[in-house]
Write a protein that binds this ligand. Sequence first.
Ligand code: CP
Length: 311
Amino acid sequence: MSLKSKDLLTIEELSSTEIQLILDTASSFKEVSTRSVKKVPALRGRTVVLFFQEPSTRTRVSFELAAKRLSADILNVQTASSSLVKGETLIDTLKTLESMTIDALVVRHKCSGVPLMLANMTNATVINAGDGFHEHPTQGLLDMLTIKEQKGKIEGQTVTIIGDITHSRVARSNIHGLQKMGAKVRVCAPPTLLPAGIEKMGVEVYHDLDKALKDTDVVYVLRLQLERQKKNLFPTIREYSQLYSVTSERLKHAKKDAIVMHPGPMNRGVEISSGVADGPASVIDEQVTNGVAVRMAVLYLLKGEKGENNG
Ligand code: CP
């Protein structure tokens, strides 16, 4: 069994069967990272290009580790050190990379839709590592794997996503994925940080954090993305924190065994307190660990020997 598309661009386009396949494959790959020699030959001879045009720590490093653990050859192309700064277009950059016979391109870009545009212009596999406000599919997948491990199943869980939903590709990927896998999703934010028509995605909308947290199994905290906000969407960060920061006191409104997640990077003291981020309910480190396994699974299913898209 493999994935239908040659690319991974969104969770919206994945079926629940495909999501389950990725999560099961990721679970089986976790063992590789515990070996003294953390390597399998699944992608030997394949070339994976990491094309990151926006800052990243977790996603870029975990894709690189994932590709290395599958024995692929890796190239890093970043804006500051590429000919993009000399005025070369993205499409010419893609053609240049393609002429060197690459197999997969992992793309992060500030503009929504760039991975789709590149995928339509190349035979190489394109994997979206986060595009603008649109989607961050491997983040959503690693989050679902973490929930499945921590709670035993995704189906039936109440997941409350708190914070800057408007600017969050992570929220969009999680809303699509979690609902496909049978979870109930709530969003909680001031009205200015919620996109118009968010209810049409099937989520319950809250503006009051304490009410949103009632009966919640998974508390998912988003970073306040000040760098993406074009105008002031709330009076002050202090006021935002007073109303929406997940602190130990606020967390008492969720279920006793609720877990706390954050995609990183965190603004400690803004959207989450250090007490919660480092506390017993936090599974933030587990999310990062699962990032490597999920990215190994995605690369393997799209480019490994058994995949249909292995060219
Ligand atoms: N979660 C996430 O995408 O983190 P990075 O920006 O560090 O990759």
